[in-house]
Each structure stands twice: as C-alpha cells, then as structure tokens.
Write a protein that binds this ligand. Structure first.
Ligand code: SF4
Length: 254
C-alpha cells in the first residue's frame, strides 16, 4: 500500500473538547452538550503545542495579528466552557512563541459587560492575539444575539482589529433586522423569506450538517461519490484541526 506523508501544518485549530453549549444544525464535528467532558489533558496540550511550535506560520500581517488560515486557534466545541484550560493553552502557546493565536467562540458566555471584558483581558494578558466570533442563523437558535453583539463590541476594545466575525454579513443583517434574543431557523427563514439557507451560510457538508440539512441539497446514492478523490484535503497543510484525543483532522474532512 502506498504510504503518504502528511505535510507539516502551517496553521490550524486545536479542539479542547467536542463539548458545546449549542447543537448547531450545521456543526462540522457534531458538537453538543451531550459530549463527555473529555477535555484535553495538560500533558497532551503541551505535547501537541510543542509539536506545532516552529511550524505554524504567522498571519501575513505579522505574528501579533490574526488571519483565518494562518496561526493557531483554540476551538471545540466551545472552549470558554473550560476557561482555566483555555487560559493554560494560551499560556503554553505563548511560551512556545506560536504566532497569530486566536480563540473561536459562539459567545454563549458573554452575558454581562464586566465578565466579558475581564475574560478577554486575561487571555490577552496571557498572550492571545485575537478572537473569531461565530455568527449565522444556526448559532442564533442557541445564543441570544445580545451576547454576540456584546462579544464583538468588547472584543474590539480589547483586541482592536484582531477580531474576526464569521460571517460578518449575518451580523450586519441581524442588526438591521433588530433581532433580540434567540430565534429558530424556521422563524428566521419565514422572517427573511430566505429559501435556501445552506446556499448563503458558509458551511461544510459534513458532521451534523450532512444529516440535518439534507432538505437543502439534491440526494445521490453513495456510489455517485466513489470517484471523488479524498487525497487533496489530507495533503493540505493549512487550517487542519487537532483534537483532544490526539487525532489529526484534515481540512474540512470529518
Ligand atoms: S457553536 Fe460551534 S462547536 Fe458548538 S455546536 Fe455550534 S458549530 Fe458546533
């Protein structure tokens, strides 16, 4: 059998666990509150971060800045569910001089200004460079929009321009719509008359999405895909994920 060597990663995300406060229909790793609290151990954290140190490339704007497909991000699941571990991960990455680090969050924890500011400042103090804030109608089913707004406003105070809103178009739209609280995908679609949500939300048809968003896509038997090559995603060196069980998850394959 032909053996293929995986390329050295130049960027990626470290999953602290698959546990999440939400159960988004489009979640690429089917995260949810039902996952065990199998947080990555400090030993594994150090081992993986040490392996990545020296390989991860900084953002084109420099190691103090962030870009989606450069540097290293801390993710899950929801990493703020275990703030002490997240803080430790940032600390170790910083000791190892891993550039362009950021955290990805659904903002569930941003219930109040002072608490939000305090946590973000602690992470910044430990060496975190920025944040990625998730926004689309699937998150809106679980996270009150006020928390997302608070997270963005205070993150900009703390991290300046190192705040990525993914997807910013939905943030602008939800503001225009005056959304308050949470709203189901069905009610959102009724309110916007949006027919094909899957077309506008950037998502990967994997994980829970493949089961829950079937109505938005044509169906084919499995053998229709047999000629599709799996190799390119495996051989990609950017934006792969590394999980709490020591697995390497090639870019958008899972
Ligand atoms: S918030 Fe993120 S990790 Fe959690 S279920 Fe939604 S997409 Fe998955």
């Amino acid at each position: 059998m032909e053996r293929i060597r995986l390329p050295e990663p130049i960027s990626g995300g470290l999953l602290l666990s698959y546990r999440c406060t939400a159960r988004c229909r489009h979640c690429m790793y089917a995260c949810s509150p039902k996952w065990k609290e199998d947080w990555i151990s400090e030993e594994s954290l150090r081992k993986i971060l040490t392996q990545l140190a020296g390989k991860i490339k900084p953002s084109p704007w420099g190691a103090e800045n962030v870009s989606l497909n450069y540097g290293l991000h801390f993710t899950g699941g929801e990493p703020f569910l275990n703030f002490d571990l997240l803080r430790r991960a940032v600390e170790i990455a910083s000791e190892l001089k891993i550039p362009s680090t950021f955290v990805e969050t659904n903002c569930y924890w941003c219930s109040e200004d002072n608490l939000t500011r305090e946590k973000l400042k602690i992470l910044k103090g430990k060496g975190l460079k920025g944040i990625l804030i998730s926004v689309n109608p699937f998150y809106l089913e679980y996270v009150p929009f006020e928390r997302t707004e608070r997270a963005i406003r205070i993150s900009r105070e703390v991290f300046g321009r190192n705040v990525m809103v993914y997807q910013a178009e939905y943030y602008v739209l939800f503001k225009k719509m005056g959304i308050k609280g949470r709203i189901s995908v069905e009610d959102y679609m009724k309110a916007t008359r949006e027919k094909n949500l899957a077309k506008n939300v950037e998502l990967f048809l994997m994980g829970r999405a493949a089961y829950e968003l079937g109505e938005f896509y044509p169906r084919y038997p499995a053998d229709y895909f047999f000629h599709e090559p799996c190799q390119p995603p495996f051989l990609r060196n950017w934006h792969n994920h590394f999980d709490n069980y020591g697995n390497f998850l090639p870019g958008y394959c899972g």
